[in-house]
Design a protein around this ligand. Structure first.
Ligand code: HEM
Length: 485
């Protein structure tokens, strides 16, 4: 019977190992583009007995993950992460089912478009705070941006404006997410392939993974417990500042297990939002360094609205069309999640005459769709103009439809991310020229515009690149300093 089953085409693998040795250890999306030229946009791979389906086109992704979402909304099981390290509250890793639906509805509620205005004052304050920090420590540009990404999320979630407490939360979150990145390496822990090993006791010889998981579990639980308890306490003392967790705690409509759901929601939002928005922020900085004409056009647009006398805010959004398109182009140019988050099929399916086995891991190559030159002419060029209404190139696919995933697992943070990045980008552009760094001799560092490097992993980020920030108007900065006093 097996010989009659026609799997989608793909490179021939070895017995049992399958394509495990063919799949490159990093930047798989570029290899998948090459393979898809030979095997087509629906490709089959296998690794250690698991079926892997790679979708390299929008049509295939929509056909399966959206039109057949009842089959393709599950996630592969990460036993090490979910069962042993304690991340079973994170919907990102949760199997599709009633528990997932309950947790996801709690995550979606605070991210609805209608309530996003609640976070605008915090987002504006944090963007301006960052401008001041960059002004005072221009040499620290990229580390400051990294810290600010996590810190802004912490402010929104828990209301901590600044200070040691917020830094501690960010460091805790960094350590917890670092453990996730290590454990998320498919194949690193045998327990992910043989889940029954999770019952092996910690003292058993060779059960090092159990001892490691116990250490990491402490980080995972502290991440959701400590800041949550602080907010609860400050609400009780009457010292709380507005925060997403505060809003949820004050919500009259209490569900059973209310506190745990709120803790989980805040943890999920941090996990979903911090690294992805950091990636987009770095991509923006890199794009401004490599494409100064784009920066100038965006700055002209901002100046035409603010007259250079104030910083832009959300009321200016409708007037800043080019800046809005700039955010879209960031999502397209360096997709933060180039291979999406893997889905899993929960029954056997047939597509275009091929069989997709039950429990196949299904991945969409977002990078290849967003860099397809048939859809986006000159895909390596950072060109927000391609999305401007009435431009020669307008009518191109909205990158949000790809970069944020598909179907019932699509990213609930898309509108939040857009606002979050928009206000940071326009505030930075109003304040600074962003340029390539110069060396001691005054020569600009060379950075090839089509050969920038990005890190590999589920979330991909442009690699370090030296850049300088030159204030555009000292009076604007002084205005911020007075505001801050
Ligand atoms: C540049 C910004 C972002 C990008 C590119 C991005 C992209 C994605 C992608 C590709 C997925 C997987 C979708 C799928 O499985 O089909 C996802 C899931 C998710 N994202 Fe985002 N995201 C971003 C920002 C955010 C933000 C700001 C939040 C929250 C504040 C967030 C929360 C989540 C959550 C909770 C999930 C899991 C959804 C589920 O499994 O049901 N994301 N995101």
């Amino acid at each position: 019977r097996r010989s009659r089953v026609r799997l989608p085409p793909g490179p021939t693998g070895l017995p049992f190992l399958g394509n495990a040795l063919d799949i490159p250890p990093s930047h798989q999306w570029t290899t998948y583009v090459e393979w898809s030229k030979k095997f087509g946009d629906v490709m089959h791979l296998s690794a250690l007995g698991r079926h892997l389906i790679i979708l390299n086109s929008l049509d295939a992704a929509r056909d399966l993950l959206e039109k057949r979402s009842s089959i393709y909304s599950d996630r592969p099981k990460f036993t090490m992460i979910s069962d042993l390290m304690g991340w079973d509250w994170a919907i990102q890793f949760m199997s599709y089912g009633p528990r997932f639906k309950l947790y996801r509805s709690n995550v979606v509620a605070p991210l609805r478009k209608q309530v996003l205005h609640r976070y605008h004052p915090i987002q504006i304050r944090e963007a301006r705070q960052l401008v001041l920090e960059l002004y005072h420590s221009p040499g620290e540009c990229l580390p400051l941006i990294k810290h600010a990404s996590g810190a802004t999320m912490m402010s929104i979630l828990y209301g901590c404006k600044n200070g040691q407490k917020r830094n501690d939360y960010v460091h805790l979150a960094d350590a917890a997410t670092e453990s996730l990145v290590i454990a998320g390496n498919v194949g690193k822990y045998l327990v992910d392939l043989i889940p029954v090993l999770k019952y092996v006791p910690k003292w058993f010889p060779g059960a090092e993974f159990q001892r490691q998981a116990r250490e990491w579990r402490k980080l995972c639980l502290s991440l959701i417990d400590i800041p949550f308890t602080d907010v609860k306490q400050s609400l009780a003392n009457g010292t709380a500042t507005p925060s997403l967790v505060g809003y949820m705690l004050e919500d009259e409509d209490k569900q059973p297990d209310h506190d745990h759901l709120i803790k989980a929601t805040a943890g999920v939002l941090y996990l979903g939002g911090a690294d992805t928005t950091l990636s987009a922020f770095y991509s923006f900085m890199l794009a401004m360094v490599l494409f100064p004409d784009v920066m100038r056009r965006a700055q002209l647009e901002i100046d035409s609205v603010t007259k250079g006398e104030r910083f832009p805010d959300f009321t200016d959004k409708a007037a800043l069309q080019y800046c809005n398109c700039l955010v879209l182009e960031v999502f397209r140019w360096v997709p933060a999640v180039p291979l999406g988050v893997p889905h899993q099929s929960n029954e056997v399916d047939e597509y275009r005459g091929y069989v997709i086995p039950k429990q196949s891991i299904v991945m969409v190559n977002a990078w290849s769709i967003l860099h397809d030159e048939r859809v986006y002419p000159e895909p390596s060029r950072f060109n927000p103009g391609r999305f401007m209404p009435n431009s020669m190139e307008s009518g191109q696919l909205d990158p949000r439809e790809v970069a944020f995933g598909f179907g019932r697992r699509t990213c609930p943070g898309v509108h939040f991310a857009e606002d979050h990045l928009w206000i940071i980008f326009v505030t930075i552009l109003a304040a600074f020229e962003i340029r390539r760094s110069k060396d001691e001799t005054g020569t600009e560092c060379s950075l090839p515009s089509h050969d920038y490097k990005v890190t590999s992993g589920m979330v991909s980020v442009p690699e370090f690149f030296p850049c300088d920030l030159i204030p555009r108007s000292t009076s604007l900065i002084h205005f911020l300093e007075q505001e801050n006093d």
